[in-house]
Design a protein around this ligand. Structure first.
Ligand SMILES: NC(=O)c1ccc[n+]([C@@H]2O[C@H](COP(=O)([O-])OP(=O)(O)OC[C@H]3O[C@@H](n4cnc5c(N)ncnc54)[C@H](OP(=O)(O)O)[C@@H]3O)[C@@H](O)[C@H]2O)c1
Length: 298
């Protein structure tokens, strides 16, 4: 794997699929503080990731609990123009407006509280070096079309795929800022402080209309386009803190979401993701890339 030197990382949706593989590869890369965020740490998939965390905890060889051993954080996230926005000359403080004019009054109160509590827990475990890498990976893919999607489908997809990541970024921001400052040198990189939003090619305004296969996942594509705008805002608004943010498409991958026909496995996708993440600098801040490092069209 390329030079992924982040020593603390938090991955949402880490109990299966790409999130679980990311945790495995972060452990292999000797990332010492990994927060494995999922909504049910004792759920049916826990036997998959627990061995990796046990190995990390044993490897430390000293008694006690800390995030530089191993930690599981319970986060329940149930809860325009991508090219013009980042270069607008005037500030445009109408964040929810840019992301969506569709969703009114999303039920975010409970969601925000849960994320706030998880951030407090993580914050109490993180040391003076803060959090280097935040990966917004958790997502849902309801099979609904333009004609069948209900209000509830749209809202719940938006809650998980956009509003969850938004509040995760906001609540973990103090720790990202601490990490960026702790580095004590200018520039941007994932071993300093970075937010990685896992997106999809089906959110691309240019790719979607020319996709060969039908893609009956209307709320998903719309929500991920919203996630991409969240990336644009985050990259712009946190630039002064030297916290970088990108959207990245992991490829079509064999997971519960990707299905059996997907051409690549989680290992290959995450190796690519880690290589790209490890090579990021300020030049890529606000970019939309794929797991091979190629720039994706918005
Ligand atoms: N697989 C692909 O081909 C593909 C392609 C493009 C983009 N992506 C993106 O890659 C990321 C990972 O996808 P994947 O294929 O690994 O999916 P997956 O196997 O279906 O895993 C989804 C993860 O998200 C979590 N999650 C779902 N709803 C949640 C909620 N409301 N609150 C908290 N966690 C929730 C799940 O937790 P539970 O186990 O608790 O449900 C699970 O950990 C997603 O952002 C997806 O959009 C995947």
């Amino acid at each position: 794997m390329a030079a992924l030197k982040a020593c603390s990382a938090l991955v949402t949706g880490a109990n299966r699929g790409l999130g679980l593989e990311m945790v495995k590869q972060l452990l292999e890369a000797r990332c010492s503080n990994i927060f494995d965020a999922c909504r049910d740490p004792d759920g049916p998939n826990s036997e998959e990731y627990l061995p990796y965390l046990r190995t990390a905890a044993k490897a430390k060889g000293k008694p006690g609990m800390s995030c530089d051993k191993a930690a599981v954080i319970n986060i329940s996230t149930d809860a325009a123009s991508m090219s013009i926005m980042p270069v607008l000359k005037e500030p445009f403080p109408f964040f929810p407006y840019s992301i969506s004019k569709v969703f009114k009054n999303p039920k975010t109160d409970g969601l925000q509280k849960i994320i706030k509590e998880s951030a407090k827990k993580v914050g109490s475990l993180l040391g003076k070096n803060g959090l280097n890498l935040l990966v917004n990976n958790a997502a849902v893919l309801p099979q609904k079309t333009l004609l069948t999607a209900t209000v509830e489908d749209m809202q719940s997809t938006f809650n998980t795929n956009v509003i969850g990541p938004l509040f995760v970024i906001r609540e973990y921001l103090p720790y990202l800022r601490t990490a960026a400052k702790a580095k004590g040198k200018p520039g941007m990189s994932c071993d300093k402080a970075a937010v990685i939003n896992i997106s999809t090619d089906s959110a691309s305004m240019s790719i979607m209309p020319v996709m060969k296969e039908p893609f009956p996942f209307f709320p998903y594509s719309i929500s991920k386009a919203g996630l991409n705008m969240l990336t644009i805002y985050t990259a712009r608004d946190l630039k002064a803190d030297e916290i970088l943010c990108i959207s990245i498409h992991p490829g079509w991958v064999r997971t519960d979401m990707g299905g059996d026909k997907a051409p690549i496995d989680t290992r290959k996708s995450v190796e690519g993701l880690m290589r790209v993440i490890g090579s990021l600098t300020e030049k890529q801040n606000g970019a939309f890339l794929d797991y091979t490092g190629k720039t994706m069209p918005w």
